[in-house]
Design a protein around this ligand. Structure first.
Ligand code: ADP
Ligand code: MG
Length: 339
């Protein structure tokens, strides 16, 4: 019996070009933007061609427009829709961008951790009052270190990760990325910091359903900025997460754990130094959860990444160098594992 021929990829192509636009954040992840929270003019249309052998696939995506003086509402993939935009917190006077040390100034400290939070505060306006979610949080995330942030639901873990990832500004305090205080940078520059230095992984994996594993990583490579490492191809990135042999599969043809591996490869696109993962294993069964976490741990060591993982799953604590707990807005170390 003749082997059943797979549907020609060109069909998918047209389907994709004609289908609804996909909005992407600057990590190359599709954003499920609540209606009315985006302005189409803030997005740029991109047709991405992915050549594989003699086949070609087109995807039409919308990604955040380049530098504009007035920043658009920042799409925050992990955050719930915000009913009303809060006024931008005004930075404390002593946090205004300080001029970087010039040639005559003192040299920057050489060994600062890739990501540092200094006395960060962040709250939300809620009902009549203000709820402080992060209270005076300081944290240093070193290269080659995997830190777990634990804490009950609603304790502020996602808020902390969003502040670390420059998706939310602290009301007070400093966020330092790669030795630089980014607390007062305009949104467009923050976006560049994220594209260059950070990879994000979420509980909802947000792969593009119409694109193969390979294409999902390719899209991120097109959007992210070189983080200072030798460039890697999408296929190399997929092999780092043991997914090279599944490169041509669509997300629906992969298990949840395999999809999350692709998302890890995507987060590593362009060689960021910092990986931030918000409950990356919460949607996985135990075996997959352990294996994705082991993968994150191994990559953290081999690539010298500074990795923060939010989870309340105690079975994963063994993979962390340190476990920090967020409780009533305060962060404290609750466990340290020997290397
Ligand atoms: P976790 O990730 O630990 O579950 P979150 O950081 O999502 O916690 O939320 C911490 C607290 O802040 C919760 O009480 C939540 O309801 C509140 N919160 C989060 N985002 C907003 C927002 N945009 N507006 C108002 N309150 C918020
Ligand atoms: Mg959360």
């Amino acid at each position: 019996m003749p082997e059943k021929k797979p549907a020609p990829r060109r069909d998918r192509q047209f389907e994709k070009v004609e289908c609804e636009y996909v909005y992407l954040d600057e990590q190359g992840q599709p954003i499920d933007l609540p209606l009315g929270t985006y302005r189409p003019e803030d997005y740029e249309e991109q047709v991405i061609e992915v050549a594989e052998g003699d086949e070609e696939t087109l995807a039409k995506v919308l990604s955040p427009r380049g530098p504009e003086p007035e920043a658009a509402p920042s799409p925050i993939p992990a955050a719930p829709p915000q009913p009303a935009r809060e006024p931008a917190p005004s930075p404390a006077p002593d946090l205004k961008a300080r001029p970087a040390a010039g040639p005559s100034g003192p040299p920057a400290a050489p060994a600062e951790a890739p990501l540092v939070l200094r006395q960060a505060w962040r709250g939300y306006q809620s009902g009549g009052g203000r709820v402080e979610v992060l209270k005076d949080v300081s944290l240093s995330l070193a290269a080659g270190e995997l830190v777990i942030v634990a804490g009950p639901s609603g304790s502020g873990k996602s808020t902390l990760l969003s502040v670390m990832g420059c998706l939310l500004r602290p009301d007070r305090g400093q966020v330092r990325v790669m030795g630089r205080d980014v607390s007062a940078l305009p949104e467009t520059e923050l976006q560049e910091v994220r594209r260059r230095h950070m990879g994000f992984i979420f509980q909802n994996i947000y792969l593009m359903a119409a694109l193969s594993a390979h294409e999902n990583v390719r899209v991120a490579l097109d959007i992210k900025l070189a983080g200072g490492r030798p460039p890697r191809s999408a296929l190399e990135l997929l092999s780092m997460v043991s997914m090279a042999e599944y490169a041509r599969r669509l997300p629906r043809e992969l298990s949840g754990g395999q999809c999350q591996r692709v998302a890890v490869a995507r987060a590593l696109a362009a060689g960021p130094r910092i990986i931030l993962a918000d409950e990356p294993t919460a949607a996985l069964d135990t075996d997959n959860a352990l294996s994705v976490m082991r993968l994150l741990k191994d990559l953290t060591t081999s690539e010298g990444l500074a990795t923060a993982v939010v989870t309340h799953d105690v079975r994963l604590f063994q993979f962390a160098d340190r476990v920090l707990s967020l409780d009533a807005g305060r962060l404290r170390e609750v466990r340290r594992n020997e290397k």
